[in-house]
Every structure is written in C-alpha cells, then in structure tokens.
Design a protein around this ligand. Sequence first.
Ligand code: AGP
Length: 628
Amino acid sequence: MFLKARILIGEIYIMCGIVGYVGKKSVVDILLNGLTKLEYRGYDSAGIAVSVDNKIEMYKEEGKLQNLKNLVEPKKDYLKSSTMGIGHIRWATHGAPNTINAHPHSCTCGKLVIVHNGIIENFKELREELKNDGCVFRSETDTETLAHLIAREYGKVNNLTDAVRLATKQINGAYAICVMHQDVPNTIVATKRNAPLLVGIGQNEYYVASDVPAIIDYTKTAVYLDDNQIVTLTPDSMKLINSFSVELQPHIETLPWESVSLSKMGFKHFMLKEIHEQPSIIRNLLSGKIIADNQPIKLDEVKLDLDTIKKLDRIQIVACGTSLHAAMIGKYILEDFCGISVDVEPSSEFIYRKTTTNDKTLVIGVSQSGETADTITAVKQSKKQGSHILIITNRPDSTMAREANSLIPVNAGIEVSVAATKSYMAQLISFYLLALHIAEIKGSIESAKLMALKHGLITLPEKAEEILDHKKLIQEIAKKYANFKNFVFVARGLNYATALEGALKLKEISYINATGYPAGELKHGPIAMLDESMPVLSIMMKGMVYDKILSNSEEAKARDARMIALTNSDDEKLNDLFEDIIRIPDVDEYLSPIIAIIPLQLLAYYIAEFLGKDVDQPRNLAKSVTVE
Ligand code: AGP
C-alpha cells in the first residue's frame, strides 16, 4: 500500500542531458557547446542529429564528448548550413555505453529521430509489439522503442505533435524528449514527464535543454515545461499544448543566471579550482547574514516563525552522498543548539518505508543539484504529509527547489567536478546559519556561546586560506600513500561525518577502498583488518572526544597500521604516535568540520592526480544522480 502511494507521487528517473535548436544560426556548435555544459549529467557517449538539406544525419560516438567533437570536426564546413538539430549526452541505464546505444535513436526508415532522458518502464512490451508490426530495432535501449512508437503514430495521424502526444500516452516512466522528422522541416517537438526540460527563446530561434547552462550563453528568456505539456518549435513559432491538445499560454521567465564560465582558471582540474573557491564561498554566504556578533542572524529565506518553531517536535533531513554527510553535521548542531530531535536518513531508504513525518515535522532536503531523484521523492512524500519543506540547494531553479516552503540557496556557483567540494562547504555553512538562527529564535543557546560561534564563523575564511597555502605538505603525504589499496578514516562526534566525507572523496576519484568509521567502533570489528598495509587517518580535533580518539589511535598503531593525524592540536605526544601529521588552524570544536574537510579534499585530489585518474569525471559516476 505504501509503495503504491509512492508511485502515485511519481517516480523520477533521469540521467543524461539533451539539447535542441531550431532557428537561423548554424546548429552544430550550439549543440556541442550545450552538451559541454551538460557533461556533468553523464559522459558514457554522445550524439547529435542535424537536418542537412532536409535530410537527417546522425553523428554518435561512445566515450567522452571529446570523441564526438573529434568525429564532427572534419565535417564542420559541410554541416555549416544546418540550422536545426538535437543532441544528447548519455549516462547508460538500458544497454551498454557504446556507439549503437548512443542517442539520437531513429525509427526503421531513419526519418524520425529522438533524444531522451529517462526510462521507459514498459519498453519491453512495446518493443515486442512494435517488432511484430515490422519495426527494425538496432539498439538495446528503451529510447529506441519510443522512436518507433512515435513513428507509428505519425504514420496514422500525419502530424508530428499529435504523434508525440499519442505515443507518450502509451508509455510509463519518466522522460524528457526532443523529436525531429525529416518530412516536417524546421520543426522540433519536445515534451516531458518527471524530468526537467526548458525552452529558451531567442530572436527567430528556440533552444531546448535539460538544464540552464546549456542555453544561457544564447538567451535568458525561457519557459520551463510542466509535465505532459508538448511544445512545437519552428524558427518563428512556439506552440504549447497539454495532453488533450488544448493550447496553453507559455509562462515566460527570465533566467536569473549569468553566462556559465567553465574555465579552470589556471588550475589543472575543476576539483582543485573548486576546493580553492571555498574561502570566498564562506565569506559570501556569511556576508549580510552575520552582521556582528551581537546582532541576530538574518536568514529571511527561512519562513519559520517562533510559533511554528515551537510546534516542531522533530526535524527530518533527507539527502544522498556528500549532501548526506553535510546533513549529519546539520543534525548534530541542530540538536545541540536548538534542542530539537533530528533524524537524518539517506533519501533512498526514506522513500521505501512507512515514515511518520507530519505537520509538526520540519523536513530538510539537501542537494547540490536539486535534481537527485530519491531526495525529490522523499521531499514530495513529506510535503503530502503536511510537513514544512526547507530545501538547501545550490540550484534554486531546480525541481527540488520548486517544492520548497523555505529555500536556502547555498550560492556556491556551478560545480563542474563530479566530486562535490565547494557545495559541501556551502551546505555546511548554511546548516550553521540555520541552526544558530533557530536557536536564537528559540533562545535555546547561551548568548556567550552564540556570540563566540558567530565570531568563529567570520574568522573561518582566513583559516581555510591558511590550509590552502600549505597544501604542499598534503601533496607530499598523498604521494607517499597513493599506492595503498585501502584506507581508513576515523573520528568521533561531529567529525565522524568528516571521516565519511573524506573517505567518499578518496573512493570516488581514486577508486581506493576507503572507509570512515566512528573511532570507538574500530575495536568492534574493523580493527581486525589493520596491519602495515592499512593507513589510518585520525581526525583529532581538540575538545570533548580528543583523548578518546587518541586512545583509539594508539590501539590502531599497536596493530601496525600506518598512522596519519589531522589535528588542530600542537600536542607533542602526537609526534610519536603518528607517522605524518596534517596540522590545521585552531578553531572551536563545533566549527571544526568546516575546515577539517579541506585537507581531506586535497589529499583525495592529490592521490587521484598522482595515480593519473580522471579527477573531474571519475568512472561510472555522473554529477546529478537522477535515477533510483
Ligand atoms: C559527491 O562527491 C558525489 N558525487 C555524490 O555523492 C553527491 O553528493 C550525491 O549524488 C548527491 O547529489 P546532490 O547533492 O546533487 O543531491
């Protein structure tokens, strides 16, 4: 019964990025630039279909987008006159990541082409039916089914918009699609369900894309499509209809975006650049919110008044991956400062059980992208149960942000590297502001402590800069440990989440088997793995649990583990216990996760770089995880 409720809310399965253009300009560079900006959505294969002299031509290549660019480059002069096309960048769901399965896909005669984000759940049944009708399938994808299905409808109604409308009525699942047909010149038809799609409006031209960065270089005026709306675009017209063919008035918005710079600014990788942006991100986030130690925090984004806050009996935070680690720190400080009980759960777990969120629960969804399928579903479920929804995201224009009653945009700027660094930092700062803001309203924190924390926050950017200035030492340590196959990170309290995040960073970009443990748990099992082949990194911040981690580190050392410390202490004892010590500036224990993560990001980065890994686009991953 519960699962049924979930399906009614609508499941969301989207990876990949799509882009389309119809107008007067040469289309190939528009498509390739757009795909470059969408590369964070996948990089298994890429393809474009363009109309050349009223004939459709397709170019597809497996692997990185660069392979497609290399394929198209020698043809650019020939393709120059083409002014309509669609493109796709893929993260494989159905079918291996090879050229045959790359999009666009076409119908049997090749006249109709389609690009698609999403999963057609009933594709197997439809595929059999279409095969019996004589359709010839070339790929293993669910998308190809849709190409044949739309073509079959087109054969009946001889109208591309109607064919798309009738075909999409027959499919289950999620999709954002762009379709062209050789017999319908200068026309793109696009539609969506549970997947983002927007139409950019230019002068006698239209763009379609999964996300703003793909089109923002060309236009700031756009229409976000709602589910089941179908748009038909020609250079001179945009017609929007619903699934019953009723014409709708498009809601035109101005995109609050600047052109997206994808420059590495002299850094070797985006990840390193983004790590270095963190001090200024902290500064910007605090500016205007903490005016002085003795003045209340200004967090107008949070629409919770004293009465509502008093009525809250708990807070539920839902998130995935790195955002989940930020949420764990959020729980710690919200409970400590505000005296409200807080649960944190991976969204993917939360959505498949009977949860008890209600109108007395504040539900916080945390997401860099705002497009993570599981978190969107978790938030929607809780909204249905009457909870106030607060979203902490780097994308205030995202699907998740549209569900928010309160929205905290973390303003980290576009994050290109798949491994999240600066967005984590921005999420952490947002949690501190939120916790202190609620504590201030409730009066649940001593004023001296509150003032000290506000002051401490303001001093953090300089401390973060100091760490970055000393990155050479971390680079040397990285070289020393790069060839170990396993790594353990331990911490206690607030920094347990820092240990998890440090381990995740190392795993995802270097493929080293790194695990984070609460230091006190080592002796309950993991200690059995320790020997001289296992580096153990202890996060030892001065405060309540410092001595405890010291003892846990002694225990690990006694098993011959290679010991590394990350600490803000100048305790001499550490020199005997640890082979390598990364020292960071002193900071209040509560604020320590904010700067303790920076050396761990650098360590992961330098290890991956030393090993020659693809730091910004690690294997098997995509920046927005929009499938379950
Ligand atoms: C972070 O380095 C990861 N690539 C990943 O865990 C990410 O944090 C997770 O997929 C959640 O994404 P979101 O913040 O966009 O929701």
